[in-house]
Design a protein around this ligand. Structure first.
Ligand SMILES: [Zn+2]
Length: 98
């Protein structure tokens, strides 16, 4: 995993001036961590409407991170183990009981 910085939220006012630039640290999540996180979930919001955790929270769990102060960036596409929908960083997922 490596850290990169990226400039997000570049917005322009009506007159064309840029008025807000935010720099956030992004943590690029590699396949090994993604695989661990996927093994902990069993469904996503699309196939289980009661799903209540963001996928980024599951990444915190498998990384033993505390409160997430970082933005994750998934280096590889992630798919729901049940319905194969694509899961993004903030997709709600259900953590499996086992
Ligand atoms: Zn699903």
């Amino acid at each position: 995993m490596s850290h990169i910085s990226i400039i997000l939220n570049v917005s322009k006012s009506i007159s064309g001036e840029i008025y807000m630039i935010t720099t956030l640290p992004l943590l690029v999540v590699g396949k090994a961590t993604i695989d661990k996180a996927v093994s902990k979930i069993d469904s996503c919001i699309l196939c289980f409407p009661q799903a209540e955790y963001e996928f980024s929270y599951v990444l915190d769990l498998v990384r033993n991170a505390g409160v997430n102060e970082e933005q994750y960036f998934l280096a590889d596409p992630v798919y729901c183990p049940r319905c194969s929908s694509q899961i993004k960083e903030h997709t709600l997922v259900q953590i499996s009981d086992s």
